[in-house]
Design a protein around this ligand. Structure first.
Ligand code: MF3
Ligand code: CO
Ligand code: CO
Length: 252
């Protein structure tokens, strides 16, 4: 669905709030805290300070505000009071906020304590993959250009791109059309049009791209047990390219 200016302003506010949650929580991410505690802090902040709704709570039976995906977990890790962060962990926190009916969806990687250089590199290259995907966005380009930019950068660095999970259209609906694949061929796929809103959220693996779903029905891990990273933004397509609706101050 294409957004007019009033709808765009709704999306801007939802996106700003989602980005603000990731900024707020960063001081708490340290060895010794549990992912369950991080979840509670974010939940209470969204509800009490932002006067907004944590979109993941109750979404298809998910019970938490955040997805906390550590090391070999690719996505949809469930916050847990018994999962204590330890030095060396790399963790994605993914949060979606609803404000006035509009969704803002974003995630970033956190380095816990002292992280090995090869894991730091995975995290950094994955963020570059997100930015390259965003740079491919402009009216008249194709959705395949986004996936192509991401896949090219990942594979040049000898990483693999997860294929089973993708970005998505977003607005009043959390996961809407179109699907945004993180791999693909330039000049293929649907044309990108001014007014579109969608997420780009590449998941990049150190080893093979294969995934496995754990018996909790949510947690997705790498099949080979090697680490994975992910970064996500919600964007709006304007006449020149992409406006990042979930931008954080550390990125400017
Ligand atoms: N925020 C995730 C995404 O980027 C979806 C999480 S759904 C949940 O699309 F139920 F696991 F929270
Ligand atoms: Co998300
Ligand atoms: Co998303």
């Amino acid at each position: 669905m294409l957004k007019n200016i009033e709808e765009l302003n709704g999306m801007r506010e939802a996106g700003r709030l989602a980005g603000e949650v990731l900024e707020m929580i960063s001081d708490y991410v340290k060895p010794g805290i549990s992912t369950g505690e991080l979840d509670k802090i974010c939940h209470d902040y969204i509800v009490n300070e932002q006067k907004a709704i944590p979109a993941n709570v109750g979404y298809r039976g998910f019970e938490k505000t955040l997805c906390t995906s550590i090391n070999q977990v690719i996505c949809h890790g469930i916050p847990d009071n018994n999962r204590i962060l330890k030095s060396g962990d790399i963790m994605n926190i993914d949060v979606t906020v609803i404000k006035d009916g509009w969704h803002g969806d974003t995630s970033k990687m956190f380095l816990v304590g002292k992280v090995q250089a090869h894991n730091q590199r995975l995290v950094q290259i994955t963020q570059e993959c997100l930015y390259r995907g965003i740079e491919a966005v402009k009216p008249g380009a194709n959705l395949g250009d986004i996936g192509h930019a991401i896949q090219t950068h990942a594979e040049k660095n000898h990483y693999s791109v997860v294929e089973e999970y993708c970005g998505h259209g977003i607005g009043k609906i959390y996961h809407d059309e179109p699907q945004i694949l993180h791999y693909g061929t330039a000049n293929t796929g649907q044309e990108i049009i001014e007014g579109m809103c969608f997420t780009i959220e590449p998941m990049i693996n150190l080893g093979s791209k294969s995934t496995k779903l754990l018996s909790d029905g949510w947690t997705v891990e790498t099949q080979d047990g090697r680490n994975s990273a992910q970064w996500e933004h919600t964007i709006y397509v304007n006449k020149d390219g992409a406006e990042i609706l979930t931008l954080r101050s550390e990125e400017v």
